[in-house]
Ligand binder design. Sequence first.
Ligand code: SAH
Length: 546
Amino acid sequence: MTKHVDAIIIGQGLAGSTLAWNLHWQGRSVLIADAGDENSASRVSAGLMTPVTGRRMVRSQDFELDWQTARAFYQRVEAEVAGTFFRETETVRLRQAEEDTSSARATAEDQSGADRGEWSGELQVGGKTYYGSRRKPSGRLDVAGFLKATAAFFDRRSEYFRGRVDMTTEVELRGDRVSINPLGTTADNIVFCTGFESTKWFPEVPNNPARGDILTISIGGYRRTEVIHRGIWIAPEIDGRQTAGATYDWKDPRPQPKAEGRAELLSRLSELVTGSIEVIRHRAAVRPTMKDYEPVLGRNSQHRNAWIFNGLGSKGAVRAPRLAAQLVEAMYNDSPIEAKSDYARLKKKAELAAQPPLTQIAQQLVAEVVKPGDTVIDATVGNGFDTCHLSRLVGDAGLVIGFDIQEAALASTTQRLQAHGLQNVRLILRGHETLNSEVSPLSVAAVMFNLGYLPRGDKKVITSPETTVPAIQQAAEALRAGGIMTILAYRGHAGGPEEGTAVTKVLARLGAGFNVRRIESRSAGDSSPVLYVVRKVELQHDVAVQ
Ligand code: SAH
């Protein structure tokens, strides 16, 4: 018998667990599947919750909000399962007295600390005197305990599957339904929270996994009760031992403890503490870090019922609850995802990065429409690249009419045409706003505009809205049904943004007989070029059905 749930969650680390609780509290049914790897990043992680963590010691944005949400979240889970895994602790960053306090990093950190009323004073560690700046708020999450309690809770509700789901063969995404046949379960949505194991449905995720070693140790005579950070961190555990970590290894991202990792930690520890260090346990995991260190969450653009929540790094314990809540809002209320790495944004970025230049896209689209023998127009001849392209497309039986107001442009284009033996071009030294005096309505297959100034020419001579707008209107009339007009607008020069706006407006007024598409350039910024592709709609020869 098949069971149906609201959401299937693959992977029960911090991401999967925080998501499951948020869904559960909204009255949604779930099925969590987890292989139970001992070395998953979350199970190994130390659960440090401080404003400044990670390889780069960067203060996380929105820390206050993340913290408030996380504290409330873990306390609520604690109440539900009658467990304890969250506690507020002290965290201190150590700096030695003689160290350069003017370094940009130290100043920025102390400054942000001072602004927040953090304490800074002398501290003895390992027989040395340090300045300590206390990070507030700060806490620890017993991640393993939280995960265990979460698994038990959902297991009791029959919403848990302990085992590996083969994501390439066992997950089926079909229309508006997800199914995992071996589990006999279907769902409205599936969320991949699979850590560094990326999935085939989200190829654009900028995975950059980093192995991290972590040691459980016992330091002779060590009594500090706060978490201390100095390149590495030492966190006291309730049994009197300490946890210390962590290394970052991007070269060998496999979850095996490595001797080099252990040696690195021990050498850094011995710089920090004097007591003898006994290693009780050495573990390693692969953090699902992303190239930009930002967690990824969001929806798959083709499979609208597939979602991703992944890439929680060293700030995972504190960031996961708020991100999970955001994801649930996106899933059920269509709210936009505000996190930096909304999957849709990543995907768009990747697509844009792979996109050819707009000039080339314009030429390709025109080539799909224009046939030998056609009449076409290059409205801004310039150096003649589009003119040559059009000339080849229409062939000997066709005609290209080219406009430019600069003699230099027509001269260089004439040369280019001659060099290629192209003869089917009539160049006109006049503005394109006189286009309708050269061609009759519905007679041309394509019109290409490449606005702005002439590259390598006089940059003061630019196209302007007063002439561009009437030219576009005339071109729209001149197009035959099925004809195409491309307009490449540059917005980086003085007058460019205004011209871009004027083009957008005139195209919006063209009406139902035209199809307008806008294509962003790779850089996709406010001042980057935009290509408009306008098609004159073909007449519909509808057969009337009686
Ligand atoms: N398509 C060209 C680049 C064109 S640059 C290429 O592929 O090389 C823009 C050109 O528009 C300049 O040569 C400029 O002289 C021309 N121009 C400016 N105002 C114009 C107008 N009103 N009518 C026609 N061309 C104009």
